[in-house]
Design a binder for this molecule. Sequence first.
Ligand code: C5P
Length: 268
Amino acid sequence: MITEIARAKLNLALHVRARRPDGYHELETLFAFVEHGDVLRIVPADAPSFRITGPFSGALAGEGDNLVTRAAARFAAIFGGGAHSIELEKHLPVASGIGGGSADAAATLRALARLHHVALDDPKLFEIADALGSDVPACLLGRTAIGKGRGEQLETVPGMPGTPVLLVNPGVAVSTAQVFARWDGQDRGPLGSDPLAGRNDLESPARAIAPVIGDVLETLAAQPGVTLTRMSGSGATCFALFESEAARGNAAAAIVRSVWWCVQTRLT
Ligand code: C5P
C-alpha cells in the first residue's frame, strides 16, 4: 500500500497577463503548498476499484470521470502496471481554488510512479499532468515555484516552510472558467521580484460573482498578526499568513463560526 498526501495548493500571487487564442489565459503565479490535504491510498489489485471517503466525499459522489481515475488510466496507458484499488480520503472542499482535484491527480501519479519504480521527474509524468489540468504539473512538483504559461512552466524558488496559514472558505463553489471569463482583460504587470507584493487578478471577478468572498478577505485582513491575505486561484478559498501560530489560532477562533470551512495549517 502506498499512501500519498494530496496537499492543498495556494497561489500566493496570481497575475493574469493575457487571454490566449486557445481560450486559456497566460499567467504568472507563485505556487505554494500547505500540510493539509486529501489522502490517497493505492494498492495493486486484480480488478480496478475506486472509492471516495472522508468529510468531502459527498461532493464527488457518483462522478464517473474523477481526475484520480483519469490520472490512473493515463499512467497505465503509458507505463503499464496493471490494476489498482484506490481510496481517496477527501478533506479539501471541491472546486475551491486550492487545487483539490489537481492535487489528487498529481498524488495518484506520484503514488503509481513510486509503486512501479518510475522516476518522479520523468518528463512523461509531467506530460500526463499537463493534459489533466493547468494546476496538475505544479501539484506533481509539489514545491514552491513560479508558474508561467497556463501554470505548467515551473521554476522552483525558496519557500517559507512552517509559516502559519489559515484557510477559509465561505461555502460558495465558483467555476474557474466563469471567473476567468469575467477577467477584465487588463494586464496589470508581471510578478516582479517580490511576488508577495503582488496580487490575485481573479479576486475582482470572483468577488463580482460571489460577494461573500470580499467579506471573508476583509475579515481576515482585520485579524491581529496577519502578514498576507489573499484569495487562492479562482476562489472561493481565501488564505491568510500569520506571524505566529498563536495569532493564527486567535483568528481561527474569531471567525470559525461565521464561515463554512476554516483550517489551521502551515506552508510546506
Ligand atoms: O486547465 P483546467 O481544466 O484546470 O482549467 C479549467 C478552465 O479554467 C479552463 O477551461 C479555462 O476556461 C480556465 N482557465 C483559463 N486559463 C488558465 C487556466 C484555466 O482560462 N490559465
